[in-house]
Design a protein around this ligand. Structure first.
Ligand code: GTP
Ligand code: MG
Length: 439
């Protein structure tokens, strides 16, 4: 199945000092040797593992690029196969031409994720580690990279494997239920944070026209990206951008103020805003401190609190709404009590223009992750929906077990039941092992 030698560009295509091509498989040394002319080493097949060799890539006798190759024999490589890393000049042409030569010599060109798959197939890493490896280049914050690197190095895998051993080795699983249940709860609580690292939540900013939505976004971005204007209805399309608060990435979406309008273009903006709100993970609804409450404020609040389905589709949690009063630097004419919405609390008071109150708003936006934003090395963390589903199932079973053990005292089938539970728990927890589908 993995006899074929594969090659992939593992650095981004574009301007840069160097480009890297990794060649992995039983014939990697032979294939690269066919196009590599070493300055000192005559035959790459005699290369020592973990050594760098300087030379040129040649095609039909002419040099294509100057390279340094790193040879890693299978016992030292992350794919578990002989691996040659060809470091050539960066940019587009040099890397592509070098890859072309290697492919011409017999390697199969693949996407870089195929190298991670080889690593999995050859038991160098497990499925959780492979998922981490694939997520690392996508990480949006430094905290994200650190957490994912820990999972790549086995933090979550070893937590799960220890739990599996504990269940397997327990003669009387009944005595272990509370311990297992606590451990499952502990690890499942990390999922909200870990999944927010790999799949940033969408924060939608809404409010009537001219309330200061774009100004707030610019303040959170700490730059001028959204168009701000004195004229209401300035933002007509939803615009998204990425911000990071305490290492948590958030996709922040500026929307057009929702109001009844006959203006064709603005109408489109309003319906786009509604569409965006339906995809929100968090919503900021803004009010203007310098104006009395208007019909538009009431309609929008009603839409969000009552018409919008604020539960997540998977029913896991309710989407939080953050009410914000903006323009507190101006004299107050606003009275929110006439809104008649008790659920709209606590209210954050800010001046987006002056920057007042922003740090309190930022803090409340990421308060659900508070336990995890301070980096703790090697902390096991659930970071994909797939892992989260497995843990949720295991947690559900263990909840039932705690109840069963309390209720059923002595029945004929008691030990059979305990064995079934043990097996079911183990089935949920073996998610670090690849299924044939994931191979
Ligand atoms: N005094 C004061 N003015 C503000 C504040 N925030 C925004 N503004 C002003 O309010 C006006 C509208 O701001 P925008 O950010 O464009 O408002 P918006 O909600 O994006 O408006 P639309 O895109 O039209 O829906 C601009 O003149 C801003 O400078 C604030 O905190 N204090
Ligand atoms: Mg705007």
């Amino acid at each position: 199945m993995n006899k074929k030698t594969i090659a992939s560009i593992t650095t981004p295509i574009g301007e840069g000092g160097i480009g890297v091509i990794q060649v992995s498989g039983p014939n990697s040394l032979k294939i690269v040797n066919a196009v590599f002319k070493g300055k000192k080493l005559k035959d790459l097949r005699n290369a020592e593992s973990k050594r760098l060799y300087y030379g040129e890539i040649h095609l039909n006798g002419s040099p294509v690029d100057e390279v340094i190759v790193n040879v890693l024999r299978k016992e030292n490589s992350f794919t578990g196969e002989d691996l040659v890393e060809v470091n050539c000049h960066g940019g587009i042409q040099a890397v592509k031409k070098t890859l072309e030569c290697i492919v011409h010599a017999g390697a199969k060109e693949v996407h870089w994720e195929e190298l991670a798959r080889r690593s999995l197939v050859n038991n160098k890493i497990d499925l959780i580690q492979k998922e981490a490896l694939i997520e690392i280049p996508e990480a949006k914050t430094k905290l994200g990279v650190k957490v994912l690197l820990d999972q790549y190095n086995g933090a979550l895998s070893s937590f799960i494997n220890k739990l599996i051993k504990k269940i397997e080795n327990s003669d009387n699983i009944k005595n272990q239920f509370n311990y297992i249940h606590d451990k499952l709860r502990e690890i499942s609580e990390t999922a909200v944070f870990g999944c927010a690292i790999t799949l940033p939540q969408r924060l939608i900013i809404t409010g009537k026209p001219n309330v200061g939505k774009s100004t707030l976004i610019n303040a959170l971005l700490r730059e001028d990206r959204s168009i701000v204007h004195i004229e209401p209805g300035t933002t007509r399309d939803a615009i998204d951008d990425m911000i990071s608060i305490d290492g948590i990435p958030l996709v922040i979406v500026d929307t057009a103020g929702i109001r009844k309008t006959n203006h064709k273009v603005e109408k489109l903006g309003v319906s786009e805003s509604k569409r965006q709100l339906k995809q929100a993970d968090k919503i900021i609804i803004m009010f203007d401190n310098s104006k009395p409450l208007e019909k538009e404020d009431k309609e929008l609040t009603k839409f969000i609190m009552h018409k919008l389905e604020l539960r997540k589709r998977d029913n896991s949690h309710k989407i939080p709404v953050f009410p914000v009063i903006n323009k507190t630097d101006l004299p107050s004419k606003l009275n929110l009590s006439t809104l008649g919405e008790k659920q709209l609390e606590p209210i954050c008071k800010i001046s987006a223009l002056k920057g007042d109150g922003l740090s309190i708003l930022e803090e409340s936006l990421v308060s659900e992750f508070k336990k995890y934003t301070k980096y703790v090395p090697k902390r096991p963390t659930i970071f994909t929906k797939r892992q989260q589903e497995h843990i949720s199932k295991a947690l559900y079973i263990s909840k039932q077990c705690v109840r069963l053990v309390r209720e059923i005292k002595d029945t004929k089938n008691y030990s059979n039941l305990l064995n079934d539970i043990k097996q079911n728990l183990l089935n949920c927890l073996v998610f670090s092992w690849p299924s044939p589908k994931s191979l």
